[in-house]
Write a protein that binds this ligand. Structure first.
Ligand SMILES: [Zn+2]
Length: 137
């Protein structure tokens, strides 16, 4: 019998496995995530869409209790989502491009408590850092 290895994440590194869904307002086209109301016009008419999974690390505004690896990421579609950034800490800073690597999940930890695991993104080192983020919003 061959030993069966179980990698923590799917071995295939493509964007095929990881998914991130956001919401787009049917009225004003504002994008958001995990909301019941549009933050711009308060409409409840939000439609779920799948993100391309590419974004840029945004300035961090979390308190000291947040893990060092957790950053807000502004996705190409315009919404900002809290993500765990998988990369060397010195390379992770606002303006760095990232790509979705693992889907957000809700997991039950021993003891029965339910916790939300933030989506995981990886640095796209080969990508240029300027371009489409400028002048948006
Ligand atoms: Zn709206």
């Amino acid at each position: 019998m061959e030993p069966v290895s179980r990698p923590e994440w799917p071995a295939d590194d493509g964007a095929g496995e990881a998914e991130l869904f956001f919401q787009r307002c049917s009225w004003c086209r504002t994008t958001t995530i995990r909301r019941l109301l549009c933050p711009a016009c308060w409409s409840t008419d939000l439609v779920a869409e799948r993100s391309e999974g590419v974004g840029v690390v945004a300035p961090r505004r979390y308190g000291p209790t947040t893990p060092e690896t957790v950053w807000p990421v502004r996705m190409r579609e315009g919404f900002v989502v809290r993500c765990r950034v998988d990369g060397p800490p010195h390379a992770v800073r606002p303006g760095v491009r990232v790509r979705l690597a693992a889907t957000a999940a809700t997991i039950t930890v021993p003891g029965g408590r339910i916790v939300r695991r933030d989506p995981v993104v990886r640095l796209c080192e080969e990508a240029a850092l300027d371009g489409w983020t400028r002048g948006v919003g």
